[in-house]
Design a protein around this ligand. Structure first.
Ligand code: CTP
Ligand code: CA
Length: 228
C-alpha cells in the first residue's frame, strides 16, 4: 500500500542524497555526460527534509534546480571522482545514502590540456573505468542504510537484483526507462522497489516527488527495523 506518513520519520538522521549526472572532461570545453535532469534526486532531498532529516545534497549536472529549502548543505560536483570524494567525506557518520545520481562509468584516460582541433577524420578517445562509488560504500558499510537506483531497458528485476546484491544495498529503485512516463527527463517515474530480503514492491506511475516520499518512507522503516 502506498500511504506515506511523513511526520519526522527521519528526525535526527543524517542523509546523503546524490542527484544529477557526473561529467568527465575530454578537453577544456567538452565532456562526457548524460541526460540526467537531477529532478529525482532533488525531490528525494526535499522529501527527506520534510521527514525531519539533516540532508547533504551532492549534486552533479542538473537543470539548474534550486536547492530545496531546509537542505543543510549542497555540494556541487563535476566528475565521478569528485562525487566520490564528496560522498566519502560525509559517509562515516551518516545514517542513509540515497544514490539517485547518474554516474559516468568511464572517463577520458588523458583529458587534453588544450581544446582538441578537428584535424583528423577519426578521433580515438581512450576511456578508463571510474570507481563505483556505491560499491565502495557497500564494502565498508557499518550502520548505514544504502539505497541505489538502476535505470534498465530490459530484465529490470533480474539486473536490479544483481546490483542490489553486488553493491550490498538495502534497497534498489529500479526503473524501466523504456516505459512511457519513466526515466531521466520528465516529471514522472515508474519505480519497482527491490529489497535485500527479496521482497519486490511494484509502484504505479507517479510524480517524482510522490515516488521520493515513498522511498523516504521505506528507508525510514528499514532504519527503524535495523535499530530493533
Ligand atoms: N553508481 C555509482 N558509481 C558508479 C556507477 C554507478 O555509485 N561508478 C551507482 C548509481 O548512482 C546507482 C547505482 O550505482 O545508484 C546503479 O547504477 P547503474 O548505472 O544502474 O549500475 P552500474 O553498476 O554502473 O552498471 P551498468 O551501468 O553496467 O548497468
Ligand atoms: Ca552505470
Amino acid at each position: 500500500e502506498l500511504t506515506v506518513c511523513r511526520t519526522n520519520t527521519l528526525a535526527g538522521k543524517k542523509v546523503i542524497v546524490t542527484a544529477g549526472g557526473t561529467r568527465e572532461p575530454i578537453d577544456p570545453v567538452r565532456f562526457i555526460g548524460n541526460h540526467s535532469s537531477g529532478r529525482m534526486g532533488f525531490a528525494l532531498a526535499k522529501a527527506a527534509v520534510l521527514a525531519g532529516a539533516d540532508v547533504t545534497l551532492i549534486a552533479g549536472s542538473n537543470d539548474h534546480l534550486e536547492t530545496p529549502p531546509g537542505v543543510s548543505r549542497r555540494i556541487d560536483v563535476g566528475s565521478t571522482r569528485d562525487m566520490k570524494a564528496a560522498v566519502d567525506a560525509y559517509y562515516d557518520d551518516c545514517d542513509l545514502v540515497i544514490k539517485a545520481a547518474a554516474v559516468a562509468d568511464y572517463r577520458s584516460a588523458a583529458p587534453a590540456k588544450n581544446k582538441i582541433k578537428k584535424n583528423d577524420d577519426v578521433l580515438n578517445l581512450k576511456l578508463e573505468k571510474n570507481p563505483d562509488i556505491l560499491y565502495g560504500l557497500g564494502q565498508r558499510k557499518t550502520h548505514q542504510v544504502l539505497i541505489g537506483f538502476a535505470a534498465e531497458t530490459t530484465n529490470v528485476i533480474e539486473y536490479g537484483t544483481a546490483k542490489l546484491k553486488k553493491k550490498n544495498l538495502d534497497m534498489l529503485v529500479a526503473n524501466d526507462v523504456s516505459a512511457k512516463g519513466a526515466g531521466f527527463q520528465g516529471t514522472t517515474n515508474i519505480g519497482t522497489l527491490l529489497y535485500a530480503d527479496g521482497r519486490v514492491e511494484k509502484l504505479e506511475k507517479m510524480s517524482k516527488f510522490a515516488l521520493a516520499e515513498i522511498i523516504v518512507d521505506r528507508a525510514a522503516k528499514i532504519i527503524a527495523a535495523k535499530q530493533e
